[in-house]
Design a protein around this ligand. Structure first.
Ligand code: CP
Length: 306
């Protein structure tokens, strides 16, 4: 039985197979419409979500399966003090596969150790968000045609942004990837990412503060939200929250074929007047999230469709 805690749980070959399956699902949805009949997905969300939870649920419904679960810790017995270990032992009696989001880093891993069904980390604190990474990789491969030879700008909250951390881990496995890390001083990537992941693997990167200085050299601009829920101090959040606002004027400095990605939700960091720009890919990215989660469910449940 396989769980998914980190994008690195999948080899590059396994990832390639999964993304190819997701593309086939996109092209031939009817072929997969009954693939998970009789199977149940539990969504156990101890932290708010729109895209991840609902795209998991849409994915299982598209595969002909059923869904059950909870969307807040308060509406589960966690409110009475139940541990994730006990919860997953019980969920294992009710469902065939579980997607879990939790504010504590490592909570889905703890759950996976007691689970008798596959557990998918749907985001754990500021740590990892592997299915967002699968979504991002599918988006990049589908829209740019490759996962190598890319200059990727990561902009915003690079300190607490789990989507950024997961994406860096995943992309450094491909040839000729370079990063431009665009953030205010206080929200720079953690040193373990800079030293143990980027420098150790000889991945070229530069750190800059002004988006205008970097945007012209990028193939992909990955914007992120400054996350109020990760700050200990409201004053710091207020000072940082509008540090970057991507607008039409800044888009005019970008390459014709650059794409703009964002895991969403956005607050102010992308002006709505960018939404109609053909380079704005963030809503298409959300759609790719359904296809890749369908592919992941099929893979972890070992369902093969010829
Ligand atoms: N991208 C993402 O994780 O969105 P949600 O928080 O809405 O799930």
């Amino acid at each position: 039985m396989q769980h998914l805690m980190s994008p690195l749980d999948l080899s590059v070959e396994e990832l390639d197979k999964l993304l190819t399956l997701a593309n086939d699902i996109e092209r031939n949805p009817q072929k997969y419409a009954h693939a998970c009949e009789g199977k149940k997905l539990a969504t156990c969300f101890y932290e708010p979500s729109t895209r991840t939870r609902l795209s998991f649920e849409a994915a299982m419904l598209n595969l002909g399966g059923s869904v059950l679960g909870f969307s807040t810790a308060d509406s589960s017995s966690a409110a009475k003090g139940e541990s994730v270990s006990d919860t997953i032992r019980v969920i294992s009696c009710y469902a065939d596969i579980c997607a879990m989001r939790h504010p504590k880093e490592g909570a889905p891993l703890v759950a996976s150790e007691k689970s008798t069904i596959p557990v998918i980390n749907a985001g754990d604190g500021g740590h990892q968000h592997p299915t967002q990474t699968l979504t991002d990789l599918l988006t990049i491969r589908s829209l740019k045609g490759r996962l190598d030879n890319l200059t990727i700008g990561l902009c915003g909250d690079l300190k607490f942004g789990r989507t950024v951390h997961s994406l860096i881990h995943a992309l450094i496995r491909y040839p000729n990837i370079q990063f431009v890390l665009i953030s205010p001083e206080e929200l720079r990537v953690p040193s373990y990412i800079r030293e143990d992941v980027l420098r150790k693997n000889h991945v070229p990167f530069q750190e800059v503060e002004r988006l205008e200085d970097a945007i012209g050299e990028l193939d992909i601009l990955y914007m992120t939200r400054v996350q109020r829920e990760r700050f200990f101090n409201e004053d710091d959040y207020v000072r940082m929250k509008d540090f970057y606002i991507l607008n039409k004027k800044k888009m005019a400095l970008a390459k014709e074929d650059m794409i703009v990605m964002h895991p969403l939700p956005r607050v102010n960091e992308i002006s709505v007047d960018v939404d109609d720009d053909p380079r704005a890919a963030y809503f298409r990215q959300a759609q790719y999230g359904v296809y890749v989660r369908m592919a992941l469910i099929l893979t972890l449940l070992e369902v093969n469709i010829c």
